[in-house]
Design a protein around this ligand. Structure first.
Ligand code: GRG
Length: 300
């Protein structure tokens, strides 16, 4: 299945939310001229390099599904994008994936050098918590809950754990279960955290939070399966990053383990599970639904 026909204007949603997130990030971050200028230039270089802003988008869409406001959700949307950008800068370093292109531009370390790129990632990670601390607390979710949510998703049990397993898995034949472990942590954890934070910013009910968790988990897994497929089927120009890298470094991926056709089927099944999780919103989660479909059908 995985085709929910709705009249929701996702292009308009993404364009307006991306503009709003960019404007908010611009306000939260020190200007390029703030001393030491090099680090602020490097942080802004990757942050404003043209990412798809999917984590802020799902966060804002989850807030809307729970009747929240964009203003309340915005600091959290900016925080998750800072964490995501930090992870990409570090992922691209010579000591990790050693990539030259990201978001259609030379990678951070190619422009600023390895040392500044490490520091730009570190500073964005820290910046995320500074921004999140500026979100207001809600009756059901205190500042402590919000900070814990972000710290746990990006720490050594989730995002970093996924990256460790990914690095250690290179050149090895992994099982589907081992690959799932990597995807849950490397990709799904931060996407799921984003969706949950959107709900929390709207003071969502525990039942809504459980549904958002279910949605975020499955959309996050589908996102990485599609990412693996695109690595094989698209060009570097289309992706804005080096295509075919997974095969080159013998990375375990769904296409490598189960083939392209089965991988597409798995991504569709995961997206269907994500759609099913939204039933309790009774039509109020149209933006989330449209995003899940968009992520499944994306070509970059
Ligand atoms: C702690 C040294 C240190 C490093 C951490 C955790 C980590 C580095 C890296 C993991 C990052 C990673 C590559 C995760 C995979 C998730 C993924 C598919 C990212 C691409 O996301 P998109 O397509 O990118 O949303 P854009 O550029 O559009 O934002």
């Amino acid at each position: 299945m995985a085709a929910k026909k709705s009249s929701f204007d996702l292009d308009q949603f993404l364009a307006t939310r991306t503009e709003a997130v960019n404007a908010a990030l611009d306000k939260f971050l020190p200007s390029e001229k703030t001393k030491p200028a090099t680090i602020h230039k490097a942080m802004r270089y990757s942050l404003f390099a043209g990412g798809k802003r999917m984590r802020p988008a799902v966060l804002l869409a989850a807030a809307a599904a729970c009747g929240g406001t964009e203003a309340a959700a915005m600091p959290l949307a900016c925080a998750v994008e800072c964490i995501h950008t930090y992870s990409l800068i570090h992922d691209d370093l010579p000591a990790m994936d050693n990539d030259d292109f990201r978001r259609g531009k030379p990678t951070n370390h190619k422009v600023f050098g390895d040392g500044i790129a490490v520091l730009a990632g570190d500073a964005l990670l820290t910046q995320a918590f500074e921004i999140a601390a500026q979100a207001k607390g809600w009756p059901r979710y205190s500042h402590k809950d919000l900070i814990l949510e972000i710290a746990q998703a990006s720490g050594s049990l989730q995002l970093v754990a996924g990256q460790v397993a990914d690095l250690e898995g290179e050149g090895k034949k992994l099982s589907v279960a081992e690959l799932r472990y990597i995807h849950e942590r490397k990709t799904s954890a931060l996407l799921c955290c984003s969706v949950r934070l959107g709900g929390m910013s709207a003071n969502c009910t525990p039942a809504q939070l459980a549904a958002l968790t279910d949605f975020g988990y499955h959309v996050g897994l589908a996102f990485q399966v599609i990412d693996d497929i695109l690595d094989v089927t698209q060009t570097s120009e289309q992706l804005g990053k080096t295509a075919g890298k997974d095969v080159a470094v013998q990375k375990a991926t769904y296409p490598a383990i189960v083939g392209l056709e089965k991988s597409r089927k798995i991504a569709t099944q995961l997206t269907d599970k994500a759609f099913a999780a939204l039933d309790i919103f009774k039509g109020k989660a149209v933006a989330l639904e449209a995003l899940a479909e968009f992520l499944l059908k994306r070509d970059k």
